[in-house]
Design a protein around this ligand. Sequence first.
Ligand code: FEO
Length: 391
Amino acid sequence: MEAVRIAENVYWVGAIDWNGRNFHGYDTPRGSSYNAYLIVDDKIALIDAVKAPFVSQMMERVRSIVDPKDIDVIISNHSENDHSSGLPMLQELTDAPIYASRKGIEHLPLNYGPLQLTKVNDGQELNLGKYNLKFMETPMLHWPDSMFTYLKELGILFCMDGFGQHFASSKRFDDEVDQGALYEEAAKYYANILMPFGQPYASAMEKVKGLDIKMLATAHGVIWRTDIHGILRLYDKWSKHQTEQKAVLVFDTMWGSTEKMAMAIAEGITAGGVTVRICKASATPRSVIMREILDSKAVVLGTPTLNLGMFPSMADVVVYMKGLKPRGRFGACFGAYGWSAGGVKALRELVTGSGLELPFEDLEVRFNPTEADLKRCHDLGLSIAKKIIMG
Ligand code: FEO
């Protein structure tokens, strides 16, 4: 396996995970990549590592350019395991010190035991010869230790999880891949990884303001070299929780009654002039639901009652969503029950505190919805659409 030259004396030496299908609960149907970069100057720097099972793939690429023993410094921009679990092996192979932020220095030994570590401060620079690196702490993108590394002379921002995509490809750049798939994976990545961190993102952007960025060298997926402004515009919108005139309706059903309600509500939303995406919780990965929530103003949630509580698949969705803290959106709860209610009440209680406002009364039906019940559902859909359109 060969390294890929991305600029003069700068190489991609990462690993492609074609068959990875899950990233801590996030479905990754297109796989992923763990990107690492080699800068060959008077000093040789390796930026980031890969997940432990992929070290041999990475080292083959490194060896196509240099002897690993010639690497002078390893820079760890982020201590999460997908980038750091290969570090102990890499340190053994290279005997190079690992540079990391203050929090990175704290995290890495807790995961891997003793390592040869050097702390770098926010704004600190490192001269490699012709090239200079600047380290910028970017806490919570996506962990407290995260930092960006900027290669000043070439305008390459090694931006870690920022702007990434779980998107395995034999291509390395944004302009070389299917654009629909690329932007879909970028949106899904933001929704499932970075959605809670709009404010830290804004702070990171303050730090890079004024830098001449010619490449966003991500830690996952392809490198942005052509549509840098496009992805920055999208991140600006997503980080401010700006949404479309769209609702996502997530439900599950036991004997079909909640599904009938869901369809009637969705009809009402459509009749009100708003786009709706319907997701049955037990048939849709939670990460796909989050991607739909990313650009939806309303999140409509429906559950049947099971043993006096909500359906487990809906609890899964809401617990996952709560952790990702969607803001600036509103919700509505509905559902059917039989011999006893309880599901919708439990749903409302769980949604409370998620960041979603719940401006409508819950809508509940006992057993099979009547025509009058379905009319109430349709009317709720119309009201939801009206509220979305009114902003
Ligand atoms: Fe790609 Fe937060 O790890």
